[in-house]
Design a binder for this molecule. Structure first.
Ligand code: MF3
Ligand code: CO
Length: 260
């Protein structure tokens, strides 16, 4: 069952999304060489509380896992594609490429978002291309979303963008419906090979769109910690995520980031 949300409900989801964006902006400003990824976790929790919301991932049990996730934030460094766990041991270093994925619940509604951040002055050419490709895929996906479009339109534009930039859309992962819960139907694959049911989009659907690209391969494997998903060849990956609503006019981005 794919939920559809009323205008008023979408405004409530937007409020959750606004907290997500504020927390992520704060984290982006705080990231620097030498801090642990756990310090980001602490800051995310503090900020969320201050803004009157609750972290949505903390103690949340996704259907793809036997366990509930023990942190508020996913911090995925370099070859970790998604679901990297904050760590008191790992210190961020220059040249790291980090996806910060964060969600909150405010009232009865959730928002989800993610930027990728390069630590250092200027990313090397291939890292720049990877980040640009992933961001572009997300922006283009937003442009094709409207009532009557299909999931395959989203997945296709994501795949074509990866191809155009010479990077890889990773397998078995993708976006999802969101609203009352963090993960709702439909699953929105990032790779066309994973497309099952090609659902038609309707007004009121709320979706988290999250392209994940890698520099070397579309294959991913489970990390040793039981949560992280890693590129099979250890190549770098990038990940950007927006929560969007399908509206009469097309698509409304609910997690509006200042700088992509
Ligand atoms: N934004 C992440 C996703 O859509 C949510 C992670 S839930 C967690 O997959 F439990 F794994 F943290
Ligand atoms: Co998500």
């Amino acid at each position: 069952m794919i939920r559809r949300y009323s205008r008023r409900e979408i405004e409530r989801i937007r409020e959750a999304c606004e907290v997500v964006v504020k927390v992520l902006q704060k984290l982006k400003g705080f990231i620097k060489e030498g801090i642990t990824t756990y310090e980001l976790e602490v800051l995310a929790r503090e900020e969320t509380k201050r803004l009157g919301a609750v972290p949505a991932f903390l103690n949340y049990k996704p259907s793809f896992s036997k366990n509930s996730y023990p942190f508020a934030l996913c911090v995925s460094v370099n070859s970790v594609v998604v679901h990297g766990m904050p760590s008191k041991e790992y210190r961020i270093k220059e040249g790291d490429l980090i996806s910060l994925d964060f969600g909150v619940r405010k009232g009865n509604f959730c928002g989800d978002g993610a930027p990728t951040v390069f630590v250092g002055k200027e990313p090397p050419e291939d890292v720049k291309r990877l980040m640009e490709a992933t961001k572009t895929a997300l922006k283009r996906a937003v442009k094709v979303i409207r009532p009557g479009a299909r999931l395959s339109d989203i997945t296709r534009v994501i795949n074509e963008t990866a191809e155009e930039f010479g990077v890889y859309a990773v397998r078995n992962l993708g976006g999802h419906g969101i609203g009352r819960r963090v993960h709702e139907e439909p699953f929105i694959p990032n790779n066309l090979k994973d497309l099952e049911k090609d659902v038609k989009l309707k007004r009121g659907m709320v979706l988290a769109i999250e392209p994940m690209f890698s520099l070397g391969t579309e294959e991913v494997i489970d990390g040793k910690d039981g949560w992280s998903i890693v590129t099979k060849d250890n190549s770098l990956s990038a990940h950007y995520e927006y929560t969007v609503a399908v509206v009469k006019e097309g698509c409304e981005v609910l997690t509006e980031f200042k700088d992509g």
